[in-house]
Ligand binder design. Structure first.
Ligand code: PFF
Length: 450
């Protein structure tokens, strides 16, 4: 089987692909809005601590399971088990992760579809196609279905080309484009009135709220979503990494890039909120909390762009293109999880498997689009608040409790023969055995019970 399996052709390719999965709407929309509604800089500090001390060890658990298994999530998890009950458990966790990735894609594609239509809208305005422009800027069933399905087709087109020519090639193109647009937009927003006030709210922490349980729950949930944990995505990306690579540093790069882009997106969005406020758009309540997280992207920012005249058209286009690109590098990883399983389990061709699963996910997405009021929130809660933390926790249990320590060390020594002498090896096994499961479990219980 290994001869026909894809592999990332370079370290840079893997980093761009895995960072591409991690960096998405969660960073550019989720993180800044969560920060703005959870006390600004205090949330940022909590997020940084949780990302490095809990999410990074959990990411390493998933990457090492995949790199060792060199196969889809179910087979990779099964490979480290020895008893029948463990094999059943491996199936539940692996298959659960694949389902979770598929369901996340089904709602993510809807939001990404909104971003795509908002990217096209300034072009139609510029072309003077007023009818099209009005249709694109209003929520309607036909518009939502068209753009959701278009986004899924774009994802399918990339994934059907495989690991090196699809995932890697496109991540290497799209990620630098994303960075370029992000920095250009920040440079622009910083020149506007009100931006400095936003910067202050973002960067000067009020430490009194940092140990607030709700803040910690939100920060950990955000870190898990952002690093694509508990979805089997990082297991499958890990399985495409060569045995020659040093996983400890690769995982660290991915975490650093993810946290860095979330931080930088905050430098754009939070000052932009204050700029919009200085222009008379209502953003914060009298107590300083964000009035609505959803309206930020679709009302606050468009109002800001509209107020800028023709420059605003261009900035609006750049902003939504940035969102769409970020969403695409994440959605390809979500689709790869079920596709790799189907290809390997049912010996199906990649092309067939990709279109088949793309069609299934489109059907789920359309069902959600038709029931936005009831299904949309439910699917988000079940996948991101329940399944992701639980499955991420299970992966830590696999590494900490099921995998024999000697075999685990051998697996991580590939490409890093001296790892047993490092601080990482002194801390990480204990972390994945005790600290991660207890901390993730506690945060999960708090969020479910409250
Ligand atoms: N990490 C992505 C983001 O921050 O937008 C979202 C995501 C990607 C979640 C892949 C889950 C996943 F499997």
């Amino acid at each position: 089987m290994s001869a026909v399996r894809g592999e990332f052709s370079s370290r840079f390719g893997f980093i761009m692909a895995a960072a591409g999965s991690a960096v998405g709407l969660g960073n550019i929309w989720g993180f800044p809005t969560q920060t703005a509604s959870n006390g600004g800089a205090a949330f940022l500090v909590a997020y940084l601590i949780l990302a490095f001390f809990l999410a990074y060890p959990a990411l390493m658990a998933e990457l090492i399971i995949g790199r060792h298994g060199q196969a889809n999530a179910v087979s990779s998890l099964t490979k480290i088990t020895s008893h029948t009950w463990q094999k059943r458990f491996a199936f539940i966790v692996g298959f659960g992760g694949i389902l979770c990735a598929g369901f996340i894609l089904s709602f993510y594609a809807i939001v990404a579809g909104w971003m795509l239509s908002a990217t096209v809208e300034p072009i139609t305005t510029l072309a003077g196609a007023n009818g099209a422009s009005t249709w694109l800027s209003e929520q309607s069933l036909s518009r939502n279905i068209l753009f959701t399905v278009t986004f899924i087709i774009l994802t399918v087109a990339i994934i059907s080309r495989g690991v090196e020519n699809g995932i890697e090639k496109w991540s290497k193109r799209l990620m630098p484009a994303l960075l370029g647009i992000l920095f250009a937009l920040i440079a622009y927003v910083m020149t506007q009135e009100g931006a400095m006030q936003g910067l202050k709210a973002y960067l000067v922490p009020d430490f009194s709220s940092i140990f607030d349980a709700n803040l910690l729950v939100s920060a950990l949930g955000q870190a898990f979503f952002s690093l694509s944990l508990g979805t089997s995505v990082m297991i499958i990306y890990g399985s495409y990494i060569s045995q020659k690579e040093n996983l400890v540093t690769l995982g660290a790069y991915v975490t650093l890039i993810d946290v860095f882009i979330a931080f930088v997106a905050g430098l754009l969005i939070i000052p932009a909120m204050y700029v919009a406020q200085a222009q008379g758009v209502e953003i914060f309540s009298s107590t300083g909390t964000l009035l609505s997280e959803d309206t930020l992207v679709f009302q606050v920012l468009p109002a800001l762009f509209d107020g800028m005249g023709s420059v605003g058209l261009f900035i609006g286009f750049a902003f939504f293109a940035l969102m769409s690109i970020a969403a695409l590098t994440s959605s390809i990883s979500m689709l790869e999880a079920p596709v790799s399983y189907t290809v390997e389990r049912f010996a199906m061709s990649r092309l067939q498997a990709t279109w088949l699963i793309g069609a299934l996910i489109s059907a789920v997405s359309i069902t959600i689009v038709c029931n936005l009021g009831s299904l949309f929130g439910l699917v988000i809660t079940l996948t991101t608040k329940v399944a992701q933390p639980l499955l991420g926790l299970m992966c830590c249990i696999f590494v900490g409790w099921i995998w024999y320590r000697g075999s685990l060390l051998k697996a991580i020594q590939q490409g890093n023969p001296e790892v047993h002498n490092t601080l990482f090896w002194k801390i990480w096994p204990v972390y994945t055995k005790f600290v991660c499961p207890i901390a993730i479990g506690a945060v999960f219980l708090h969020s479910v019970l409250s």
